[in-house]
Design a protein around this ligand. Structure first.
Ligand SMILES: [Zn+2]
Ligand SMILES: [Zn+2]
Length: 330
């Protein structure tokens, strides 16, 4: 009895899977085991292996999911859900309905391939003071990160063929100085791009380039290295906090000494502090950031050590001349 039930079910499966589960591949279809492959994208794919228990269909089918690209934890969770589906169908055909359930899940969830990244973001980047919302079907994650009196709203979209295509990043509002928020986003976009595009200069020993996931990387950069960091970041010279407690009092006049500069190494300087520092010796080897000992690159003070030396000498000479005049007058 059980055997003919299974035979009949398998016949129907062969007939129907093409229309009911478009894009799937029936790899094996025997009373011993059924294996069907779902491929949504290069990374969103898995095999479903089904075995019939001895008392089938009065007991549920045994389901196993296999995938090289979907995280183990998600596969385990999905297997549990499929078991539950099968248990609802005792006494009836179970294979096709369970397959449909899994096929639907794979189609509807761009997050399948980044479930671990997403749970990292929720656990390690977001606090009680922040907000995060996810829209499974469209692959959209929105978050508001709050740090002191500053906030930054972000929208990430996980594309269909993630991670081959990078996550897209949008700024949806913030109260950081404009020249900071713009750089945060453009650097995040650049980080994401490097995950999926091979470097222009390839070193001979490099392994073949593989696209890598970008969601966790950019979220971590934006949250930790940008939004959480700067409201507490001191000026490297005077060691005072750069960002004022009230975001409304941020200095926007680019020529002001209190204007905030973020240099190449990401350290923070008051414009006035940086200007004095860049014009004061020693100049050999270029001016180094006191915070990280990296060379300071900044469009405006980007001059050779020789030129800086000359300028400083000139300024000193001027000052001495003035001093002498003052001395003379006294
Ligand atoms: Zn300063
Ligand atoms: Zn630095």
């Amino acid at each position: 009895m059980a055997n003919s039930f299974i035979q009949k079910e398998l016949e129907e499966l062969k007939k129907k899977y093409g229309t009911d589960l478009p894009g799937s591949e029936l790899i094996s279809c025997h009373p011993v085991s059924v294996r069907i492959r779902f491929v949504k994208t290069q990374h969103r794919q898995f095999d479903v292996c089904v075995q019939f228990s001895e008392k089938y269909p009065t007991t549920p089918i045994i389901i196993e999911l296999k995938s090289k690209t979907i995280p183990e934890k998600l596969l385990a969770g999905l297997t549990n859900l499929s078991d539950e589906e099968a248990k609802k169908l005792l006494g009836k055909q179970q294979v096709l309905p369970v397959m449909k359930f899994l096929w639907q899940f794979l189609n509807d969830n761009p997050f399948t391939v980044c479930s671990e990244e997403l749970s990292y973001i929720k656990k390690s980047l977001i606090t009680d003071k922040d907000e995060i919302k996810t829209k499974q079907k469209s692959g959209v994650i929105t978050m508001t990160i709050n740090q002191d009196n500053y906030y930054f709203q972000l929208k990430f979209t996980v594309p269909e063929d993630y991670p081959c295509t990078q996550v897209s990043i949008e700024e949806r509002g913030n109260n950081f100085p404009k020249h900071f928020s713009t750089v945060f986003i453009s650097q995040a976009v650049e980080l994401a791009r490097r995950q999926i595009q091979p470097p222009l200069k390839k070193k001979p020993k490099d392994p073949p380039f593989e696209p890598k996931p970008s969601l966790k990387l950019v979220a971590e950069f934006l949250v930790k290295d940008c939004v959480r960091r700067y409201p507490k970041e001191p000026c490297q010279i005077c060691k005072e906090n750069g960002f004022p407690p009230d975001p409304k009092s941020v200095v926007t006049d680019e020529s002001s000494d209190r204007f905030l500069e973020r240099v190449y190494c990401a350290h923070l300087y008051h414009r006035g502090c940086l200007d004095t520092y860049m014009k004061t010796p020693p100049f050999t080897g270029g001016k180094l950031c006191p915070g990280c000992k990296q060379r300071i690159y900044h469009g405006e003070w980007n001059i050779t050590p020789k030129l800086a030396e000359d300028r400083w000498a000139h300024k000193e000479a001027k000052r001495r001349e003035l001093d002498e005049v003052v001395d003379f007058l006294e």
